[in-house]
Design a protein around this ligand. Structure first.
Ligand SMILES: [Zn+2]
Ligand SMILES: [Zn+2]
Length: 775
């Protein structure tokens, strides 16, 4: 019987164990991230002795330098963002000024915002245990009862909540919060890097609405933001708040060493050997499941991060199965964990991992996890999480007190992952990405102005706060369409009820997944994914149990499923069309044009394939009757004249495949430039587009109104397309593989694709762009 006890394995030993299972060498790079000595600072002289004594009593002898610096700026009333690594003690940077102020001025109040309820609950515990009289901290969220809400409004001086509650409850009910807002001295925004894309753009306006109302009641709070390490945090924080913000980024907390390995799964042997078949790598999911099983047998507490919900389920199931084969019952020490599970289930799983009852967890997003979950022995990252910022955040969950931890990035078979494991310099020693958000997105701005007007009529001088010219244009449009009414004193919302605005922008209510036999709610899936994941006939996994979808009812947002064990998987197919509404900016590079503009994308999931498990053989294709989804968004596109293509050696019959291959790889590499992942963006390529009248490749934001991704792509086009060209040309495959030009989300089944043609297309585009910018 294997004895699973607490680990004595060093990262090097564990890595050696991992490697011992294969004859090939899957490790492409090992980076030693050295330990760092902490730099403590004295307590600032302004800090309340009572707060300092309470912190001392809880084991904090002195602040680290970055905590003291940020806290002192905040105490002076300077808006500040502290952007340092996981577990660097960002909380102290706001606790110190906020609590000192609350104790020094018994009327002052403060508001704390976090992207998740779990994080707010955790902060409440941290503050409550300091036992400071008169602060009366309280969480205010969807679970707070009516009586509690009344008490909180009247008595709490530190309210911990989230942007959704601010948007749905606190701001609309501001009259009852008048005295709280008048005395508001601080607004703390924790994990502010989570506010990116469309959601971030909404939150930016929620904060402007808060600032406007606070001003009306006479409050002028100082903003203190905490962020994971990110590129240019001061700029991102000012876009978010609309205020000038000073950044503190020099992390002075001590850190244990981490061994970081890059891992490329080995090629599968072709059986029988066949030169005509493309070479395929072992899937990152299988590889991760094997490493997770190894780690569990070695007794190391290990967290595996998987990109998709389905993937997390698959990894947990595979790991459990192989552990049970080795030692019956050992599989019970591994679980899956993802968004969509009910809260109680998630917290219970976290506790089990912390206590050691569970040794392995296959999880989706790091942000969903409770903040206590740090100090693990090892972290496996299955597939690049899309940004260096999230990579470091996930790796940061590993880190044993006084010891070394191991992190492994396991590459998926796609262009970006393959590029990264062979270009470690693109990961290590490079600053993390800029957090992208765009408060001027008209699909966000208009609805948010309606919310603001429904809270208090908009006055002309308010519009500066909401974006100046863009806000004035939006208000005019809203007035013309009858959404707002103009009176001498300003613009009014005169409709019954409040504007119906969803911050998460997912478009409609999430779809509930219900087991038809029992009526049990298994979880939820957002509307846009539901067409792909929950269409009638789809195979759906929950906690490793396979279900078949009997019916997707979009009207009631319910999918009815039943347990089943089919020997096939399902793959949805869709058709997409793009039409150009207008050009915002363009570069005329002779035979090549580069454009940024507004487009309308129509897409429809039209059918799905059933494929045999194991062999991947297509059993059949079944039609689906799902509605068309329309998306007005922002796109970047390039055109190349047919003549230039011919001159570059791309024969007319190969043009569609060459453009399609270039499109796939370009989408795969865009996350190098912007904080998005390939699922946030879509593309379309065509040998002759009706609007451009030329061979064209479109890459568009997958969010209504755009989220800033296409804009980033346009601004960095030369670097982006050069990396794309390099990724395709450097791939060892003959005619295209998932590491270069194939895409897992292709609605055309990756057909046609012409790999050498794609390189020629990109060479032509890059040469023309280079000549245009040089001249
Ligand atoms: Zn390839
Ligand atoms: Zn495609």
């Amino acid at each position: 019987m294997l004895d699973v006890t607490s680990t004595a394995y060093s990262p090097a030993e564990l890595l050696h164990r991992f490697q011992a299972r294969t004859s090939e060498s899957p490790i492409t790079h090992v980076e030693h991230v050295p330990a760092r000595e902490g730099r403590p600072a004295p307590w600032p002289s302004w800090a309340s002795p009572e707060v300092v004594a309470a912190l001392n009593a809880h084991g904090i002898a002195r602040p680290w330098e970055h905590q003291a610096t940020a806290a002192s700026l905040a105490a002076e009333g300077i808006h500040v963002v502290v952007a340092t690594g996981t577990a660097s003690g960002k909380s102290l940077a706001y606790q110190l000024p906020v609590l000192s102020r609350l104790l020094g001025d018994e009327r002052a109040t403060a508001l704390y915002l976090s992207p998740t309820k779990a994080l707010a609950a955790d902060q409440l515990r941290a503050v409550a245990k300091l036992g400071l009289d008169g602060v009366r901290p309280a969480t205010y969220d969807g679970d707070t009862s009516r009586e509690e809400r009344e008490w909180i409004r009247q008595h709490s001086r530190l309210v911990l909540t989230n942007p959704d509650m601010l948007h749905h409850a606190l701001l609309p009910g501001h009259a009852r919060w008048g005295s709280f807002l008048r005395r508001l001295s601080y607004v703390v925004i924790d994990e502010c890097h989570a506010y990116r894309g469309v959601f971030g753009s909404h939150v930016a306006h929620v904060l402007r609405r808060l600032r406007r109302l606070a001003t009306r009641y006479g409050g002028s709070p100082t903003f203190v933001l905490a962020s994971a390490t990110s590129g240019d945090p001061a700029d991102a924080a000012s876009r978010l708040t609309g205020l000038p913000v000073t950044a503190v980024t020099a992390d002075a907390s001590p850190r244990g060493a981490t061994t970081f390995a890059l891992w490329e799964p080995p090629l599968l042997p072709a059986d029988p050997p066949d030169e005509n078949l493309p070479e395929v790598r072992r899937s990152a999911l299988s590889e991760t499941a094997d490493l997770l099983a190894d780690a569990v047998v070695a007794g190391t507490r290990t967290l595996a991060f998987i990109r998709s919900r389905r993937g997390a389920e698959v990894v947990a199931t595979m790991t459990r199965r192989s552990l049970d084969e080795a030692v019956p019952g050992l599989g019970d020490r591994v679980a899956a964990y993802r968004a969509g599970y009910l809260k109680e289930d998630r917290r219970q799983i976290e506790r089990a991992l912390l206590s050691g009852d569970l040794l392995g967890l296959a999880s989706t997003n790091a942000l969903e996890l409770g903040v206590d979950l740090v100090g693990l022995d090892a972290v496996l990252i299955c597939g690049y999480p899309g940004t260096r910022a999230s990579l470091w955040q996930q790796a940061g969950r590993a880190g044993r007190a006084g010891g070394e931890a191991l992190a492994v990035l396991i590459a998926r078979d796609d262009p970006l992952d393959t590029y990264l494991v062979h270009h470690p310099s693109a990961l290590f020693g490079r600053p993390v990405e800029v957090t992208v958000l765009d408060p001027a997105n008209p699909y966000v701005l208009g609805p948010q102005l309606c919310c603001a007007a429904s809270e208090a009529p908009l006055r002309a001088d308010d519009l500066e706060l909401f974006g100046g010219e863009a806000a004035r244009a939006a208000v005019d449009g809203l007035t013309a369409s009858g959404a707002l009414r103009k009176r001498p004193s300003g613009w009014y919302w005169t409709h019954p009820g409040r504007p119906d605005v969803d911050l998460r922008g997912a478009g409609g209510a999430p779809v509930s997944v219900v087991e038809s036999a029992t009526g049990r709610l298994l979880g939820t899936v957002d509307q846009s994914s539901s067409h792909f994941m929950l269409h009638t006939g789809a195979v759906y996994l929950h906690q490793g149990v396979t279900h078949l979808v009997d019916e997707l009812d979009l009207e009631d947002a319910v999918a009815l499923v039943r347990r089943a064990d089919p020997d096939w998987s399902t793959h949805a197919r869709d058709v997409t069309d793009v039409s150009v509404l207008g050009v915002r900016s363009h570069v005329d590079a002779g035979p090549v044009g580069l454009y940024l503009g507004d487009v309308e994308v129509t897409g429809q999931v039209v059918s799905y394939q059933r494929r045999r498990l194991g062999s991947g053989e297509v059993i059949d294709t079944k039609p689906l009757d799902l509605p068309v989804r329309e998306l007005r968004t922002v796109a970047v596109w390039f055109t190349v004249s047919p003549r230039a293509l011919e001159a570059a050696g791309v024969e007319p019959p190969d043009v569609p495949g060459a453009l399609h291959a270039a499109e796939h790889a370009a989408i795969g590499l865009l996350p190098l430039m912007a904080t998005c992942d390939r699922w946030d963006i879509g593309g379309l390529s065509t040998a002759n587009h009706v609007d451009t009248e030329a061979p064209t490749v479109f890459v568009y934001d997958g969010h209504p109104g755009g989220a800033g991704f296409a804009e980033r792509a346009y601004a960095t086009a030369a670097a982006w397309l050069a990396a794309t060209r390099e990724a395709i040309a450097a791939c060892g495959c003959e005619s295209g593989c998932p590491s270069c030009v194939q895409s897992p989300k292709c609605g055309n089944g990756n057909n046609p694709l012409h790999k050498p043609g794609a390189v020629r297309v990109l060479d032509t585009v890059l040469a023309a762009l280079g000549a245009a910018t040089a001249g």
